[in-house]
Every structure is written in structure tokens, then in C-alpha cells.
Design a protein around this ligand. Structure first.
Ligand SMILES: [Zn+2]
Length: 155
């Protein structure tokens, strides 16, 4: 079985996007299972609670680790595994931000500075209307809306 880190590499060969993997490694131990993205703190929080007695477990109850992260993401409309690696070759500035293509009018970004991993991951949410600036390194991220892809229709 692949370790979490290995499977992350497999999903995204480039180093930067998977700065996101660090959320599993750096946080302190909890036994609480995350029910939403905001509650995802570490690996433990991604272990599904399992089925309640006498019921068939749902995907969400059974999913653990990456799978759970992905499911939680989907519930909130976040695609973790459809993202290009962030450009960590430079810091974004207000005049020249790091531009992120997005199908939505916002993106979640895990900034770890430039070069990648130079600071603890900071989650940012730039929107079409507003750039996001990393609290740690000051890098600026901007969303570039690229329209809605096929099969991603509105409900
Ligand atoms: Zn940063």
C-alpha cells in the first residue's frame, strides 16, 4: 500500500501543489473526524467515523485520508485533484500576482512561499473580485476565471 505521501506524489508529480500534503503532517493529533474542509486538521481527522450501528455506511462515512479530503472538497465544490501546481518560482506581487485559472470565481490556495515549503502552509482564497495575499510571505494570488467546463453544470 502506498503511503499517503507517495500517493500524493503520484497524483501530482510537481512539488508545489502538494504542499497541501503538509496539513497531514504538521498538525497535532486529534480524534475528531472532519465533517467539512474547515475541520480537516491532520490525517486523523480524515478517518471516517464508519457506519452507525445497523446501517450501511455511506461513502463519506467510510472514506479516509485522501479520499475523504477529496469527498469533503466535492461537498464544498473544491477540486483538490484538478489543480495545476502553483507557481512557486516567484512571489506574487500586487502588480504581478500569481495567476490561477479557475472554473469557479474563487480558488483555494495553499501557499508555502517561494521556494516551495519555505513557510508553513497558509490557506488562502482569492476570488475573482479580490486577490489574496499570503500572511506569511506576502505572495499575491489572483483568480483568472476560465469559464465552466463540460459536465460541471449548474444545479
Ligand atoms: Zn506564502
Amino acid at each position: 500500500m502506498l503511503s499517503l505521501r507517495q500517493s500524493l506524489r503520484f497524483v501530482t508529480p510537481a512539488t508545489r501543489a502538494f504542499s497541501t500534503s503538509r496539513i497531514f503532517l504538521q498538525s497535532k493529533h486529534t480524534n475528531k473526524t472532519a465533517q467539512s474542509l474547515a475541520e480537516v486538521k491532520d490525517n486523523e481527522s480524515l478517518i471516517g467515523p464508519g457506519a452507525k450501528e445497523g446501517s450501511v455506511p455511506t461513502d463519506l462515512e467510510q472514506a479516509t485520508g485522501l479520499e475523504r479530503l477529496e469527498l469533503l472538497g466535492k461537498l464544498e465544490g473544491v477540486e483538490f485533484f484538478d489543480t495545476k501546481p502553483l507557481d512557486s518560482s516567484r512571489k506574487g506581487t500586487m502588480a504581478n500576482p500569481i495567476v490561477l485559472d479557475s472554473y469557479e470565481d474563487y480558488r483555494y490556495v495553499g501557499c508555502t512561499g517561494s521556494p516551495a515549503d519555505s513557510h508553513t502552509i497558509m490557506w488562502l482564497k482569492p476570488t475573482v473580485k479580490q486577490v489574496a495575499r499570503c500572511w506569511e510571505c506576502g505572495s499575491v494570488y489572483k483568480v483568472n476565471p476560465v469559464g465552466v467546463p463540460h459536465g460541471h453544470g449548474h444545479h
